[in-house]
Design a protein around this ligand. Sequence first.
Ligand SMILES: [Fe+2]
Ligand SMILES: [Fe+2]
Length: 436
Amino acid sequence: MGPDGSKNFDVYLRTAVSVDPQGWAQFGHVKMPDYRWGIFLNPKEEGRKVNFGEHIGEAAWQEVPGEHRANLRRIIVTQGDTEPASVEQQRHLGLTAPSLYDLRNLFQVNVEEGRHLWAMVYLLHRYFGRDGREEADALLERRSGDKDHPRILGAFNEKTPDWLSFFMFTYFTDRDGKFQLCALAESGFDPLARTSKFMLTEEAHHMFVGESGVSRVIQRTVDAMNQLKTDDVAKLRAAGVIDLPTLQRYLNFHFSVTIDLFGADESSNAAIFYNTGLKGRYEETKRGDDHRLQGASYKVLQALDGKLTEKDVPMLNALNEVLRDDYIKDSESGVQRWNRVIEKAGIPFRLNTPHKAFNRRIGALSNVRVAPDGRVISEAEWNASVNDWLPSVEDRAYVASLMGRCVEPGKFAGWIAPPVMGINKQPVNFEYVRFA
Ligand SMILES: [Fe+2]
Ligand SMILES: [Fe+2]
């Protein structure tokens, strides 16, 4: 289920070889079927404790705690299920790569997501015995978008139809991966914590691919806007670049679909996972509270009489919302960096993340229609405006029409600017992929 038609390519890939922060990876041309998935756990911290929940202060678990076994297995399976899903969603993108540099980055993300699956499968096999092996087999049976055996979470069954979607996905949805892994890196189950910490070193590159990819699309667009002295969408499309309103609609789509991944705003499972020490908060050990949260409250949104209002709920039940809010803060900073590219070009347009109640499918906000600015609206108003807010069939067809194959070293498709620098200090026109 890996990349289509790429078995014989020599790809300049990063391979994890150790957990030493100074030299954890090596680079070289590798055929993807020969790429090796190692098992890497960050070094054990002597005397590490469970740092939150009702077991706080006990020694971290080196084996699966019997009473929490089913929940722990479910957490690992859910995380593991997302890893190969994105590879399945992206497997045809190599056929329309905008450059060798981008093709290499796609393949890099793919092989590392494969390794992340392997990392979770290792935990299931090593620590769970027979039921773990059965869950690991089921991970291989499910497929993204499959009618009968879909992936567990909605966003991982959506298509990644084009490279703009790929960049938005790696920016927004791989960042969900970062936040889930950060929460698991706090786990009282030490092997899961150590595995997740190492996965985070690889995850950073995936988000870089997304942030720099979108940034390069913007760069190309604003250059064309200045050259042609226009913001007319039809003229810009005739010139073969992706207009900023279309970029905004793609952003709205990927942002809203991704924040659903954090789950319902009120969740008794989230409370159980925290209480039992299995899944912490983002940067749990850097927080100054009691790490038990009994009696604490948190504000979540609800739609009441046609308006969004806040209500206080027990924080333990709102931990999905806490993680979602941390995620939103983190993803907004990159959007501001994209805006600086537009600002530098002297163009009065700004990208924004939509309101968190916009286009939700999960939780209390899935029952109402909300505009990107946070207004609760009628179904009729939604239908009248949805093509201004989410990619329309025409937008997707236009973006698809740009997708061609551009694989001469140093050449880039017309809708995206070259990167500022190459991979691992190689030049931008390096032969990142050699075709057999
Ligand atoms: Fe991953
Ligand atoms: Fe990733």
